[in-house]
Design a protein around this ligand. Structure first.
Ligand code: ZN
Length: 430
C-alpha cells in the first residue's frame, strides 16, 4: 500500500529542502513532497500523521557488525536488522569479520540472501581486503564486487603491510571499490586496552597512544596520493587524525571518514571504573579529541556518523577490563546521541540528517540519502523531543553491551520506512 506522511518537518539537505510538508511514497519510490498532498490522495493511500516530527531520507550506517555467519549467539542478520530499523537505519553495511570472514562470493551471497529473507532494512556487504583478514594475500575483489560488496575492509584489524596496502588500493581502484581502513599501527598500540593518558595511568590499565591511529592515517594518505584509490578511515577518533584528513581533502585526495556516536559523546573517563562496555577500539579518547571530532563533523571533514555496532555476549564482557572484547552496540542509540549535538548548537538539523544519510550514501556510492523524486522510498521519522531512558535489556539487538544503559536520552525514532513499507513503528505518531 502506498504511504503519505502528513505534516512533518521534511529535511532533505541534498536538495536544500527544510519545510513542513506532506511526503508521498508510491510504488517503492519517493513521489511528491509539498503542502496539501495528503488531501488529494485516493483511499488506496495510507495517511500517517507526523506533525511535530522530523521526516528525513533513511539513515545509512556504514559500519555494522551483524555477526552472521558464525557468531549468531551475539547477533544475526535478522536481529541486527531489527535493531537497525528500530534505530532509524534503512540500510546498513555489514562488516566482513564474521566466521568465516566475508572474503569470497559464497559468504557475500549468504549475507545477501539472509538479509532478503529477514526483509527489514537493506544490507550492503563489505568484503575483506585480504584473504581470511590475515593481511597476507589480497582477496578476489572483482568477485566480491560482483556478488554485491560495496567496499572492502579488514576491519577489526588494520592492513599493516604498506606494500600490500598499496597493491590493495591499486586493485580496489580498478573495481571502483572504496578501501576502508581500521587505522591502528599494531606496533604502537601494542595490545593497549584503552587510551593512553592520565585516566589509564590512574586505573593501571595498559594503554595505547592516539598516534597508533594517526600514524596509519598519515601513511595511508600518502598511499592514497600514490594510487588515486578511494580511501575511507573507519571510526576516526583522534584530533591528529582529523587534522590529517582535513589536509588530505584540501589536497584534493579521494579521502573520507566516519565517526561513531560514542567517540562524539564519551571520553576515556568512562573507563575509569573498569566498565568493559566502555572498552572499544579505537578507544575512547580525551576531551580535546572529542571536541576535535565534533568540530570536524560540523565542518564536513567527517563525512558520516557510523555506529560500529559491535555486539558481544556476557562471555566476552563480564571479565576483567584488559581481557574483555572491544566494542559496543550502537544502532538503537545513535539518533539521540547525535541529536544532542544539535541541541548543543554544534550541528544544524540539516547537518544531522546529512551526516547520517546523504554523507554515508556518497562515501560508498549507495542509493538513497535524498528524498528527490524517484529516490528509493527509504524514510526515517524522528521525534526530536521524545525523552526516554535507555534500557539495555529492552533493545532489539541480541546483545546488551552498551555503556548508555540507564542514561536519559532525548530524541527517538518514530517510524522507519524501507522501499515504501513500514519496518519499524515506535510510539504511535499522533
Ligand atoms: Zn574497526
Amino acid at each position: 500500500m502506498d504511504l503519505c506522511l502528513r505534516g512533518g518537518r521534511v529535511i532533505d539537505p541534498r536538495r536544500g529542502f527544510d519545510a513542513e510538508a506532506d511526503l508521498l511514497l508510491k510504488d517503492g519510490v519517493v513521489g511528491l513532497v509539498g503542502a496539501g498532498i495528503a488531501e488529494g490522495v485516493g483511499s488506496d493511500v495510507r495517511i500517517v500523521d507526523v506533525r511535530g516530527l522530523w521526516v528525513m531520507p533513511g539513515l545509512i550506517d556504514l559500519h555494522t557488525h551483524l555477526r552472521e555467519p558464525g557468531q549468531e549467539y551475539k547477533e544475526d542478520i535478522a536481529s541486527g536488522t531489527r535493531a537497525a530499523a528500530a534505530g532509524g537505519f534503512t540500510a546498513v553495511c555489514a562488516m566482513p569479520n564474521t566466521t568465516p570472514p566475508n572474503d569470497s562470493r559464497a559468504v557475500t551471497e549468504l549475507i545477501v540472501n539472509r538479509a532478503r529473507e529477514a526483509g527489514t532494512v537493506r544490507v550492503y556487504p563489505v568484503g575483506a581486503i585480504t584473504k581470511g583478514l590475515a593481511g597476507e594475500t589480497l582477496a578476489e575483489m572483482g568477485e566480491l564486487k560482483e556478488a554485491g560488496c560495496v567496499a572492502v575492509s579488514d576491519d577489526g584489524k588494520p592492513v599493516m603491510n604498506a606494500e600490500l596496502m598499496r597493491r590493495a588500493m591499486e586493485y580496489a581502484r580498478t573495481f571502483g571499490l572504496t578501501i576502508v581502513q581500521h587505522c591502528e599501527d599494531l606496533t604502537l598500540s601494542a595490545g593497549g586496552a584503552m587510551n593512553e593518558g592520565a585516566v589509564a595511568t590512574r586505573a593501571g590499565i595498559r594503554a595505547q597512544p592516539s598516534s597508533a591511529e594517526s600514524a596509519m592515517v598519515a601513511r595511508d594518505i600518502e598511499l592514497c596520493a600514490l594510487t588515486g584509490a578511494r580511501y575511507h578511515v573507519a571510526h576516526v577518533s583522534s584530533a591528529d587524525s582529523v587534522r590529517l584528513i582535513r589536509e588530505a581533502k584540501r589536497r584534493g585526495l579521494p579521502v573520507s571518514c566516519e565517526v561513531t556516536p560514542h567517540h562524539l559523546t564519551l571520553t576515556d573517563d568512562a573507563c575509569a571504573r573498569y566498565d568493559t562496555h566502555a572498552k572499544c577500539n579505537p578507544p575512547l579518547r580525551g576531551a580535546a579529541d572529542v571536541e576535535a571530532q565534533r568540530a570536524a563533523l560540523a565542518d564536513g571533514t567527517i563525512d558520516a556518523v557510523a555506529t560500529d555496532h559491535a555486539p558481544h555476549s556476557p562471555v566476552e564482557k563480564e571479565v576483567e577490563f584488559e581481557q574483555a572484547a572491544f566494542g559496543m552496540i550502537g544502532l538503537e542509540t545513535a539518533v539521540p546521541l547525535v541529536l544532542a549535538l544539535v541541541r548543543a548548537g554544534t550541528l544544524s538539523p540539516a547537518d544531522f540528517v546529512a551526516r547520517l544519510s546523504a554523507g554515508p550514501a556518497r562515501v560508498f556510492g549507495l542509493p538513497g540519502g535524498s528524498l528527490a523524486d524517484g529516490a528509493p522510498a527509504d524514510v526515517t521519522v524522528v521525534d526530536p523531543e521524545a525523552a526516554w531512558t535507555c534500557d539495555g535489556r529492552a533493545l532489539r539487538s541480541r546483545s546488551r553491551n552498551t555503556p548508555f544503559s540507564g542514561r536519559a536520552l532525548r530524541g527517538r525514532v518514530s517510524l522507519t520506512v524501507v522501499g515504501g513499507s513500514i519496518v519499524y513503528s515506535g510510539e504511535q505518531p499522533a
